[in-house]
Design a protein around this ligand. Structure first.
Ligand code: CA
Length: 224
């Protein structure tokens, strides 16, 4: 799950990013409205956290501009305390939910989960393929009865593959969903991570058929 956070208060932005990364989300940060809109228009996010008051272009304008371009990524808008009018305007502009500052991280996470469960492309609670199951909220992965332990990035990669089960995904698609736009990705990074995943979810299970498939010249898919 890849998240865009547009928030000009650096301290709040950093706290949100740190917290979400602990929950295994991939997070891009942006500190002003124009850059924020730019990223939201060009990259593919699963949820956008959008501050109402921003330099250059405010949250409301961004919301309206995105919806006008038919970008329906769920938006959680952050508003200052007591500004009820802001909330109404935000929802009218196309935001899906709002949160009043100051808020606890648990509160943000709860809203966030509700939003990311909301389709876009109908998000299931338990993801499965053959005898592999993943519970993305509890970070539990099993093949049959055997628990599998993955690193944060391996987890994000597997989740992305599973949410697009039976679909061929190019390396570019994988990079843009699993890594931040500003991380240094080497051309073979995806291959390395796919190999790591195979070593954990396919290779040890000799009695089951492999579920990660390489589609030469195109990319990878997970499926039967
Ligand atoms: Ca602000």
């Amino acid at each position: 799950m890849r998240i865009l956070v547009i928030e000009d208060e650096h301290r709040i932005a950093a706290t949100i990013k740190k917290g979400l990364e602990q929950e295994k989300y991939t997070v891009d940060l942006c500190f002003n409205g124009t850059d924020g809109l730019d990223l939201a228009l060009t990259e593919d996010y699963d949820v956008i956290v959008l501050d109402r008051m921003l330099p250059e272009m405010d949250g409301l304008e961004i919301c309206i501009a995105l919806r006008k371009k038919s970008i329906h990524t769920p938006i959680l808008m952050l508003t200052a305390r007591g500004q009820t009018q802001d909330k109404v305007e935000g929802l009218d502009a196309g935001a899906d939910d709002y949160l009043t500052k100051p808020f606890s991280f648990e509160e943000l996470l709860a809203r966030f989960r509700a939003l990311s469960r909301r389709p876009k492309n109908s998000i299931e609670t338990i993801l499965t393929v053959r005898d592999l199951t993943m519970d993305p909220k509890k970070f539990i992965i099993k093949r049959g009865d055997v628990s599998i332990h993955l690193s944060g990035k391996e987890f994000a990669l597997l989740e992305y593959l599973l949410r697009n089960k039976e679909t061929i995904l190019s390396k570019d698609q994988i990079v843009s969903h699993v890594w931040n736009y500003d991380s240094d990705i080497l051309p073979n990074t995806v291959e390395v991570y796919i190999r790591n995943l195979r070593n954990k979810i396919d290779n040890p299970f000799k009695n089951s058929k492999p579920i990660i498939h390489t589609v030469r010249g195109f990319g990878y898919k997970i499926g039967e």
